[in-house]
Design a protein around this ligand. Structure first.
Ligand code: IPE
Ligand code: IPE
Ligand code: MG
Length: 257
């Protein structure tokens, strides 16, 4: 099924470096900060919104490539809790782009067994967008393929603050004892819930920072940066990131065996 989907664009099997990947050690959860859209557009004398549109195209390719490579979950950062600081026109454009994305992509994602989920403060988005998100999540909830988490109005700090409030409420009502609060209690109350932490976190665009993405979950993620802007990020780059990931020695605080 993926083969057919792939033949349209971004056929991973045609990337020579794919042979260098050890298929038994594919990162289960890959997170990506889709950054550099504005700079990509401006470099070509275009307005920033062109970059956002091109960015959506790349997401499509990377969803396919990740799925084809055997990644179980892909979390893509699309709009942060700080991105509201941008001019209204850009924010409005992005919101309508998310809406359009759901209209145009959901059918194909569904047919390819992708399970779509949104992480972030969805209840602060416009109602019509919230409805589309709910429909998309419900429609694909039984799918067994790639889990695609889209981080919209997402901030790592806001996510942790929210978890703390949920937990505090449970303590207040007596449902939970303070001594029973563990790392797992916090983890389970994050938007990502029971999803395993990202193994690999990718940031394109040349900026070397996390920008409030998956603060809790990325404690031991392998970070991979590239100067390429997101609209130029191709399946080849994902393949390269995975090859590099497989060369890393993940010790989790222990020592090498
Ligand atoms: C990422 O690209 C998309 C969003 C944050 C919504 P940017 O819009 O941040 O592009 P740059 O980083 O300014 O180039
Ligand atoms: C991070 O990029 C958020 C997304 C890509 C959605 P930003 O462009 O908002 O981050 P900073 O401002 O460069 O840290
Ligand atoms: Mg940016």
């Amino acid at each position: 099924m993926w083969k057919k989907w792939f033949s349209k664009s971004g056929e991973v099997t045609k990337i020579p470096e794919v042979d260098l990947i050890d298929p038994t050690r594919i990162p289960q959860h890959v997170a990506v900060i889709m950054d550099g859209n504005g700079r990509w557009a401006q470099k070509q004398g275009l307005i920033r919104t062109f970059g956002h549109r091109a960015g959506v195209e790349r997401l499509r390719d990377i969803v396919k490539a990740a799925s084809r490579l055997g990644v179980k979950a892909l979390t893509a950062y699309a709009f942060s809790t700080e991105n509201w600081k941008r001019p209204d026109e850009e924010v409005n454009f992005l919101m309508s782009l998310f809406s359009e994305y759901l209209d145009t992509e959901i059918e194909e994602l569904h047919q390819n067994q992708v399970k779509i989920r949104f992480i972030g403060k969805i209840d602060e988005l416009a109602l019509n967008l919230q409805h589309k998100i709910e429909n998309a999540q419900a429609r694909t909830s039984e799918n067994t393929g790639l889990i695609l988490n889209l981080a919209v109005n997402y901030g790592g700090r806001a996510e942790i603050t929210r978890a703390v409030k949920i937990i505090a409420e449970k303590v207040q009502t007596g449902e939970l004892k303070i001594e029973d609060i563990s790392d797992n209690t916090i983890q389970n109350n994050l938007f990502t819930g029971e999803l395993p932490d990202p193994d690999l976190l990718i940031r394109p665009s040349g900026d070397l920072r996390i920008s409030n993405f998956l603060l809790w979950q990325s404690a031991y993620s392998e970070l991979w940066f590239t100067d390429i802007n997101w609209p130029d990020f191709k399946p080849e780059h994902l393949v390269q990131a995975i090859i590099d990931f497989q060369k890393r020695d993940r010790r989790f605080g222990g020592i090498k065996k």
